[in-house]
Design a binder for this molecule. Structure first.
Ligand code: NDP
Length: 283
């Protein structure tokens, strides 16, 4: 059965969605990006992750085009810059995102990373946006375990619907405390850079001999192996970015890739978890 993820008060979603960082940058790629996102929706990758930051709003324009006429098929996630995450600035930032996305609500609105504005103020403005119907739920990104504990101690902080953090086979620091903490608190984790940006974040990941052997034995690609590994963790979904229909098809098919205990062990031996607390990895 396809692995699914459940956000608060939402229908369960397939555990692979679609990222959009660097979409909307190159006009020559725009048509392919729109087609890739649309094919992803057709194949069940219904969660689309974007941000006001990406291409300075350009990625949201691409997503708006891809979603035209089928808003209800998409679980739409966008993010607010930390310096916009309070008071009137948040309301204006949200409104501008909605306009670019050509919609009147977000399914999920995330604080992109923690900045100077107190979390109390961000929680309050997120709850106001929720009451106004501009967003259905809110969450955070790039918050480590201590930040999450602080967030949950704030009035309304328990409404946080997700934490979006960097997680791939070659960066497993969250397994030490953040991931178990989120699992205990039933807060789904959205893994960004699940492909380590096609290996660019970690030399040797895509051409690791043992992993390539394993992929060949299973008849899957390296990207599929990596995505299947990410979503094998309880409460974790992956949001790979794909700019072509070929890559989207491949990523969607990873939903059906099952990894045995032995296969997981091979992968985790090749790229072990740090075994101690490390600073939260980010890009
Ligand atoms: P990913 O790990 O998703 O890697 C994207 C790269 O992988 C692209 O070069 C893409 O190429 C390539 N790729 C995609 N599918 C395949 C495939 N099947 N085989 C081979 N290569 C493939 O990195 P991202 O940085 O894009 O992270 C994913 C998403 O997470 C972002 O797009 C963004 O939405 C979010 N994010 C959030 C952050 C945060 O701070 N909250 C930070 C970073 C990312 P191509 O485009 O040619 O298909």
């Amino acid at each position: 059965m396809t692995k699914q993820i459940q956000f608060s008060h939402a229908q369960a979603l397939p555990a692979i969605g679609q990222g959009t960082w660097y979409m909307g940058v190159d006009p020559a790629k725009r048509a392919d990006e729109v087609r890739a996102l649309q094919m992803g929706i057709d194949l069940g990758l219904r969660l689309i992750d974007t941000a006001e930051m990406y291409a300075d709003g350009g990625a949201e324009l691409v997503v708006g085009e891809a979603m035209a006429g089928r808003r209800d098929d998409v679980f739409l996630v966008s993010k607010v810059y930390p310096w916009n995450a309070g008071g009137q600035r948040a309301a204006a930032a949200c409104e501008a995102s909605l306009k670019r996305l050509k919609t009147d609500y977000l399914d999920l609105y995330l604080l992109h990373w923690r900045g100077e504005i107190p979390l109390e103020e961000t929680v309050a403005v997120m709850e106001t946006l929720k009451q106004q119907g501009k967003i259905r739920r809110w969450g955070v990104s790039n918050l480590d375990a201590d930040d999450m504990q602080e967030l949950l101690s704030i009035e309304g902080g328990g409404e946080c619907a997700t934490n979006q953090v960097l997680y791939h086979l070659a960066s497993r620091g969250i397994e030490h405390d953040l991931l178990p903490w989120c699992q205990q608190h039933a807060i789904p984790v959205m893994a960004y850079c699940p492909l380590a940006q096609a290996g660019r974040l970690r030399n040797g990941l895509f051409n690791h001999p043992r992993l390539n052997e394993l992929a060949a034995e299973k008849g899957v690609t390296m990207a599929q192996l990596l995505l299947a590994w990410v979503i094998s963790h309880e409460g974790v979904m992956a949001i790979p970015k794909a700019g072509s229909t070929e890559h989207v098809r491949e990523n969607a098919a990873a939903l059906a890739v099952e990894l045995s205990e032995d296969e997981l062990a091979v992968m985790e031996k090749a790229f072990p978890a740090p075994g101690r607390k490390t600073p939260l990895d980010m890009v």
